[in-house]
Design a binder for this molecule. Sequence first.
Ligand SMILES: C[S@@+](CC[C@H](N)C(=O)[O-])C[C@H]1O[C@@H](n2cnc3c(N)ncnc32)[C@H](O)[C@@H]1O
Length: 663
Amino acid sequence: MIDTICNRTYIYNICWEDPAVDHQILKITPDDVIFRICSAGDIVLDYAIEGPSKIVICDMNQHQLWLFELKIRMLRDQNLTYEEWWSIWGSSDVSVAMKVWNRMRHTMSAGGRKWWDGRIDRVFRQGFGTTGSTGFCAKFLIPFLMYSVGFNLKEWAEKGFSHDYIQGNYHLIERSAWWMRRLFPRIIAPFAGVPPNQIGPEFYTVEFYETILKEIFMDPEFGSSNYFYRFYLDKGYKDQSCCPRTLMEEHFDALRENAGCFEWHHSTVQEVMERVKPHSFTKLVLLDHMDWMPNSMVHDEWIALQRATVPGAKILWRSAFTHMGDKPFFNNLDIDDLSPQWYSKDRVKMYPGTFLSYMPRDPFPFLDPEPSPCQVASFATKINTTTKMILHPLTAGRVSAHGDKMSSFYATQAKGYDAVRENMLVSRPEMMSAFGPIRQGHTWLDIGGGTGRNLHYLRAQLNHFNTIIVLDICPELLEIGQDSARKSFTPEQCGRIRWVCLDVNDPNVKKELAKISGNGIERGFDTITFSYSLSMIPEWEKALYSAKSLMSEEGRVLVADFDTYTERGNSLKDWMIRTWYRQDGVRIEAKSREMILSEVFAGDNYTNTVVRMQKKLAGVRIPHYVTCCRKGTITMPNGFRRPSVPDLSKFAALAVEEEKKQD
Ligand SMILES: C[S@@+](CC[C@H](N)C(=O)[O-])C[C@H]1O[C@@H](n2cnc3c(N)ncnc32)[C@H](O)[C@@H]1O
């Protein structure tokens, strides 16, 4: 439905964010080079009043850009007067719109001119406020809804949309919420540009709508300052007392003076980021578009964003959700959740989530999409490995030591392991997506790392690492791993990797790691991963506590593994998957997730996220989870990161040194 609308016209005739909030957060200066998704283009015009050096905008909907182009070409018309500007965009005066259009239409792009030629008269004749799919809603659906619930629009308008009217008729809010619950998710949402994946379970409760409607309409300032909703209720702006800054006379000169600062692209955000010069942008506003995208797309886009921005660039975005934990990539960022502070002040109240981040200097993990040589195996090897895996419970000899069990399971499968497991251990890329920015000298411990498959995801960045340790109890897998590393990586990169055959719960594990990594063990590891190994380690809680004790002061522990279908893992399907996987020594239980999040890494020192997903294997949905538990860090406005909790022992050491000096 949204695609159909986008192919015909624009969705938004005005932007659905509050620019006053943006200004408070962004604090635009003349040095800024800003990027923003266009939408209706009125907020970027609002930014221009502050006189930044440049504003680059993009939109995937060409019609949104043509709407913006119409405004900016009008502003660039030497003869445009403030009265004309107001008459067109404030009171939708068709004769003025046509007069100005005839004066400046030759300055439009060919596509924009053709599109507006066919509709400019109609748009301003019918009222600009009723155009686009949001305007359509405002013209037909909303009045119908308001009429049905008993709003006396005329009376309310006569009272200047005062909140007294609403206070005296509170039942109207309750009734509207009841109707919104029924109409919004399926009927209104597409017109408002809200796709199904932004509609969470809360959209199916009346309380959700009642809270929002109350916050908007019970605001004592509603009638005098909320020009967003008044635009739709009045079908335009009545006068300068309640309208955007871009239509106020006092800002008209600044607006025209800065009308030359724009560059616009009909493309995705990622395309723009890949097109511009590196380190172009200082401030970016991404709206809510990342809600629409899967984790892998968000990840790729941020790789491009990092290239195109200065370290420490301010990035502001909004979301239909109040946290960003459902996409592993966001663990690479130190995100300030500004929603508690700003949602109450946002007059539109469209997005419960408002988030700010500074672009870190250290590069994000770049996940190599190419299969590595170790994943390539002949069809016969794949069939052979799969058969051995399936028949293992019948063919396995009796061994009791855990290490022997692992070897007896993997030895015959080692050669085809990577090729077959690629489609089975599918949340590994999601886990690697949460790896964290990779600093020069980064250290990584991959526990139960097997063939070191995870290393191949970061092929392009291995030079940044100081030490990578792949620790596994199974020598056969490690051997294959070393072999494929030799084929894929440079000798120098191979020199940074240590392959350690040891039980993670061996009492000497720390001593061994210390031997291998020199004094690095005291510093700890920046990233520690368990991909599908936790479920195979008998004393898994102990392994988690060891990992916790091995984290650096900015460290993180990532776990990807098989999950239960239900939250508590107590359904019939859970029993079936648990029984099937148990034959191969894999333990699937909800307790693992709970233990990681609520016990081992509980407390204020850790930021924890969990993502649960189901992916198909041979037509059957298999549940997986990825957890990321990380120590708090802060990205500073210059892009450097530091631990958020100061290490007091360091301060104490400094104080002692200082004292010695004074003595
Ligand atoms: C399913 S494989 C996953 C391998 C690798 N992480 C991957 O993603 O491809 C599980 C690995 O855990 C290792 N493992 C099991 N118990 C272990 C233990 N106690 N200490 C070290 N490694 C262990 C196994 O040998 C095996 O390589």
